[in-house]
Write a new protein. Structure first.
Length: 210
């Protein structure tokens, strides 16, 4: 005769069969889970040792400075400085490896027209960081972030996401003075140029070394 008991949930009031007892002759040894994260696996030091000169691994400092995939390039500059043009040329050069993301794409409709809305600006940058996370998860070799990045705090989280996935992070500063394609007011553009913060910690990307 089957024994029944009530489910512990207050929502499910149906009677469910009691789980069967294991045979007394069967003994299941306890399984201890492995430590997480596993030491030496999927760490920056482990990946650095995969990039060797001959059979000798080189220091971590050299790993982060080598301009080879996987890498993330942070484009910096006020609107009209040439960021999108540079990103388009880079994408054409590395068509099978590069992926360009921009907060502007958040406002782009199906026809390709940008409908900018200032109340959604913070959401667009959050969308951009989420896109960066998934591109790193997919191990895209070259990722370009086409945003203004005038202040250092604006790309702090993006750099953290990239380095957490063991991507090398570089900056490329654009200094052109063309008319911006997103119709940003000239007064705001001048303000962004005046408030531009230089970063000595993130190395500059040299396309000739890639």
């Amino acid at each position: 005769m089957t024994e029944y008991r009530r489910a512990p949930s207050k929502v499910n009031r149906f009677l469910v069969p009691a789980p069967p007892e294991p045979p007394p002759s069967v003994s299941v040894p306890p399984v201890s889970p492995p430590p997480f994260p596993v030491p030496g696996w999927n760490s920056a030091d482990h990946i650095a040792r995969l990039h060797c000169i001959g059979n000798e691994p080189y220091p971590m400092e050299r790993y982060w400075l080598e301009q080879a995939p996987p890498l993330v390039i942070l484009l910096r500059g006020a609107p009209g400085s040439g960021k999108s043009t540079w990103a388009a040329h880079y994408k054409a050069k590395w068509a099978s490896e590069a992926w360009v993301i921009s907060a502007t794409d958040y406002f782009r409709d199906h026809a390709g027209i940008v409908q900018f809305r200032s109340p959604w600006l913070s959401q667009s940058h959050l969308w951009c960081r989420n896109a960066l996370y998934w591109l790193c998860q997919l191990r895209i070799p070259r990722i370009v972030i086409d945003n203004t990045h005038v202040h250092l705090w604006e790309y702090k989280e993006a750099a953290f996401i990239a380095r957490a996935h063991h991507y090398r992070v570089f900056q490329h500063v654009c200094t052109g003075t063309w008319q911006n394609v997103n119709n940003v007011p000239d007064q705001l553009v001048r303000k962004m140029r005046a408030e531009f913060e230089h970063d000595a910690d993130v190395p500059h990307y040299d396309e000739e070394k890639s």
